[in-house]
Ligand binder design. Structure first.
Ligand code: FE2
Length: 294
């Protein structure tokens, strides 16, 4: 049998020391994605790992599986994520509809274009999470109209943080309670709520809709949690996550990466779907949930 120590040359590719979760395209079943997706499953069931095993043809595959999985087992919790192609998630009592998929793209040296995701939550309450930049005013009104929602129908506007590509159309919803970061405004006055101590805010009449503080990108980011959808709990998270697989960018955009890292971990531990600020929604599949289907 070949010396298993040769696997150390492969392990960094599989498990960067800081990696707590991995991602995969939704269009591909987990078992056919690239090598990194074999982290939370029985490795012996993955064709890619079988391919890898050919590099170590003299190794017993079960030994290979045990060897590769054991370092990861010390990391808890474990996740994979995968893109969610649909912008509509049915649910009861509330469904989730992404009206605008946020984006960020370079358009020159030191210049980029960006807009934040805009999400409509419909049910007993009609909630708009983030309002994009002012340049998207007409797009948002048209998108709401396509759902049969007028600006007057919106009961709550929740802005995940105060950046201009998330708060640009606050003035369009005359009947809404407005929550921008930790500032809660209702019926003509500001209402105190202790987000800074981590206290969640249950929307009155929201049947489980809950806003939780998720700081780090700024000092006072918030996330709306929508329970009871067909995919589980949806976290509309703003720029806590720029997009799926954003390890290359989120820290440089963060006011406090250490705090944001904690917020990210918290959401990865409780959300089944995350709507990021500047990319498509994605699913979170924790260890033990590998058989969840799309
Ligand atoms: Fe932002």
């Amino acid at each position: 049998m070949r010396d298993l120590s040769s696997l150390f040359a492969v392990r960094p590719l599989l498990y960067p020391p800081s990696l707590q979760y991995v991602t995969s395209p939704l269009s591909s079943p987990l078992c056919s994605c690239d090598l990194s997706f074999s982290t939370v499953r029985d490795l012996s069931s993955f064709p890619t790992v079988r391919d890898l095993s050919s590099l170590f043809a003299e190794c017993d595959l079960s030994s290979l599986s045990e060897f590769v999985t054991s370092p990861l087992s010390s990391l808890s919790p474990q996740y994979v994520t995968s893109p969610l192609s649909s912008h509509h998630i049915a649910g009861s009592p509330h469904s989730v509809h992404i009206l605008l998929e946020g984006y960020c793209r370079d358009v020159g040296v030191d210049r980029f274009q960006a807009d934040g995701s805009v999400t409509l939550v419909r049910g007993p309450l009609t909630v708009l999470v983030d309002t994009a930049g002012p340049w998207s005013r007409d797009f948002i009104l048209d998108a709401l109209r396509s759902h049969g929602v007028s600006p007057e129908d919106v009961t709550h506007v929740i802005c995940t943080h105060g950046h201009s590509d998330h708060v640009g159309n606050l003035n369009l919803f005359p009947n809404a309670e407005i929550l921008v970061s930790y500032d809660l405004w209702r019926d003509g006055s500001y209402v105190s709520h202790n987000f800074r101590s981590g206290e969640p805010y249950l929307l009155p009449g929201g049947e489980g809709l809950k806003v939780v503080p998720t700081p780090g990108h700024t000092g006072s980011d918030i996330t709306l949690l929508v329970p009871g959808t067909t995919l589980g709990t949806v976290a509309v998270a703003g720029d806590v996550f720029e997009r799926e697989g954003d390890e290359d960018t989120w820290r440089e955009l963060s006011e406090n990466p250490e705090v944001q890292e904690k917020s990210r971990r918290n959401l990865l531990g409780l959300a089944d779907v995350i709507v990021p600020g500047h990319g498509p929604p994605f699913r979170v599949i924790r260890a033990g949930q590998e058989h969840v289907t799309s």
